[in-house]
Design a protein around this ligand. Structure first.
Ligand SMILES: [Mg+2]
Ligand SMILES: [Zn+2]
Length: 194
C-alpha cells in the first residue's frame, strides 16, 4: 500500500427519532412523519463535506409487523424529501433481522443489527469512508455507545427518545456524547465543533 487512506467522511444518521418522529414501529406510511428541518439539515451536512448515510434497525420486518415493500416506500419518501433543499442522503442501510424473534430467514443473529457495526463496515467499503473522521447522530444513548465503539464521534439529539434519556438517565452514562443538540438541524450546523 502506498499510504492510500480513505478520505471520504460521512455523517451516519439514525432514523427513528432523529429524522422522523419516534412513533414505535412504522408499520404504515401514515406513521412516518419526517421532521420539517430534515432537508436543510441534510444540505448542511453535505456542504460541510460529509456524505449523509442512514443506518437503522428495522426488526419489525423480522417480527412480521410490516414488509420490505412498505419499508421501501417509506425510504423512497425519506430520500425524496431529504433532497428538497439540494442535499442528498447517499444510502439507507437497514437491518431487517432479529436474533430471537421472527419469521423465516429474517430470524438470525446477523452482523448488521446495531449495536453490531456491520452496516458501518458495509458503508466503509462501498464508499471508501474514513470511519475515524466520521460522525454518528442519534437520539438514544445506545447510538452513542455504538458510535464510540466503532471509532466515530457521536452527537446526541434531544428529539425522539433523546430528551427523556438525557433528563432521566444521563447520570448513568459511561460514555458521553461529543455534542448534545436539540435536533439534527442544530447538529448539522455544529459538526465542526467536534
Ligand atoms: Mg432512534
Ligand atoms: Zn441484520
Amino acid at each position: 500500500m502506498n499510504g492510500v487512506q480513505n478520505q471520504v467522511k460521512a455523517v451516519f444518521l439514525d432514523r427513528d427519532g432523529t429524522l422522523n418522529e419516534e412513533m414505535g414501529y412504522i408499520n404504515h406510511q401514515s406513521r412516518f412523519r419526517i421532521f420539517e428541518f430534515v432537508p436543510e439539515a441534510i444540505k448542511k451536512i453535505n456542504d460541510a463535506g460529509y456524505l449523509a448515510i442512514v443506518i437503522t434497525n428495522q426488526s419489525g420486518i423480522a417480527r412480521g409487523y410490516f414488509d420490505e415493500q412498505l419499508l421501501q416506500r417509506v425510504h423512497d419518501k425519506l430520500l425524496n424529501e431529504a433532497s428538497l433543499r439540494g442535499g442528498r442522503i447517499e444510502k439507507i442501510y437497514y437491518c431487517p433481522h432479529h436474533p430471537t424473534e421472527g419469521i423465516g430467514h429474517y430470524k438470525m443473529d446477523c452482523s448488521c443489527r446495531k449495536p453490531k457495526i456491520g452496516m458501518l463496515k458495509l458503508a466503509e467499503k462501498e464508499f471508501q469512508i474514513d470511519l475515524n473522521g466520521s460522525i454518528m447522530i442519534g437520539d438514544r444513548y445506545k447510538d452513542i455507545e455504538f458510535a464510540h465503539r466503532a471509532g466515530l464521534k457521536a452527537i446526541m439529539v434531544l428529539s425522539g427518545y433523546g430528551i427523556g434519556e438525557y433528563t432521566y438517565q444521563r447520570f448513568n452514562w459511561k460514555e458521553q456524547p461529543d455534542l448534545i443538540c436539540e435536533n439534527i438541524n442544530e447538529a448539522a450546523e455544529r459538526l465542526h465543533e467536534i
